[in-house]
Design a binder for this molecule. Structure first.
Ligand code: NCD
Ligand code: ZN
Length: 348
């Protein structure tokens, strides 16, 4: 094992992030803009960001929440519905405002009620996206009541994603937050136009963390964490230098009382300590030299963005970094993801 006490990488990007709106947006945006250059912003607001005009207005609200000393660019996405207008989407993409379109199967996750019920209905829009090279980000879980929640990703690949990719060659797809070895294998089986984001928390927790020794609502997210064998496959993919895998934190803030609840919300809040967590995960694999590919290179290449020029220095301290347990606004707070091990790496 090589011993490092500091590494310097290109400033990271986050290819899957929830910033929400209103007071929550103001609270959480600085935790991302401090450590990240750019982020793909999820459109699952209430109501969702379904048009270029809504995305433009949302982008302006995000920009207002970025502290002036932070250098951060939100990359906007549109929420795909069965009435998405392909012309509006094309104009948004060509103007540079829209970086991707997000497919939520209806009912799959937080605020996905307006998502797609019948995938064939959106094929004309997907065809237009293939023509203009606009990536589709997919929440890859089926929602059929008879499919076990732990199998929803694998079944989605077989029943939904593979048919879409066969029907629409050239469509560029990002499988968001994959949680299974099936997802890793499927991405590896594709020669082109397919990539996947991996979250920080899915590299760290398996389903035991949620359920053993009392239910831990702050580890509940969607897709739900799977068995250890799957977590190991994700870690292997993230640290493998394969250009098809890159970071999308899926940092998804919910007020603490809505997670510590009889019907708790799904989502882990990791923006604030993601880089510390990842440095530890990569160091444990003796793969710190692959961290920059995962956080700062592979995603930019897939999205056709220039690599970031600024540099981030991570240093390993002798004593653990003290992250807050919660980030607090007036009247609510958000619980910060606890990796379950001390964090010695910090952004200098
Ligand atoms: C996300 C959210 O809260 O918006 N929740 C989550 O558990 N990841 C939605 C999502 O990405 O599925
Ligand atoms: Zn998400």
């Amino acid at each position: 094992m090589t011993n490092h006490t500091a590494i310097t990488i290109r400033r990271p990007d986050d290819y899957h992030l929830h910033l929400r709106d209103g007071e929550m947006l103001k609270l959480v945006t600085p935790d991302s803009s401090r450590d990240f250059a750019r982020a793909i912003i999820m459109p699952n607001l209430v109501p969702p960001v379904t048009t270029t005009a809504l995305a433009e207005a949302y982008k302006a609200r995000i920009e207002e929440a970025i502290p002036t000393e932070h250098d951060f660019r939100p990359l906007m996405t549109l929420y795909l519905t069965e009435s998405t207008d392909a012309d509006d989407l094309e104009l948004g993409a060509k103007s540079g405002l829209i970086s991707a379109v997000k497919l939520y199967p209806a009912g799959a996750t937080t605020n996905s009620d307006s998502g797609v019920k019948s995938i064939e209905r959106v094929y004309p829009v997907l065809e237009r996206m293939a023509e203009i090279g606009l990536p589709l980000c997919v929440h890859g879980e089926v929602t059929d009541a008879d499919i076990d929640i732990f199998d929803r990703e694998a079944v989605f690949i077989e029943r939904v994603l593979d048919p879409i990719r066969q029907a629409i060659p050239g469509l560029r797809v990002v499988m968001e937050h994959i949680t299974t070895k099936d997802g890793v294998d499927y991405v590896r089986s594709a020669e082109k136009d397919l990539a996947a984001t991996l979250t920080t928390h899915h590299l760290i927790i398996n389903r035991n963390h949620i359920l053993v020794g009392g239910i831990k609502p702050h580890y509940y997210c969607l897709p739900v964490a799977k068995r250890e064998v799957h977590r190991l496959a994700l870690v292997e993919a993230a640290t493998s230098a394969d250009p098809r895998f890159f970071l999308g934190t899926d940092s998804a803030p919910h007020a603490t009382d809505t997670k510590e609840n009889a019907c708790g919300c799904a989502g882990c809040y990791t923006s604030i300590n993601t880089l510390s967590c990842l440095a530890q995960v990569f160091e444990d694999q003796d793969a710190l030299d692959k961290l920059e590919l995962f956080t700062s290179v592979n995603g930019a290449n897939f999205y056709g963005l220039p690599l970031t020029e600024a540099r981030t220095r991570l240093v390993k301290q002798d004593s653990p970094v003290n992250y807050p347990q919660t980030v607090d606004s007036s009247g609510f707070n958000v619980t910060v993801f606890d990796p379950g091990f001390p964090l010695y790496w910090k952004v200098a």
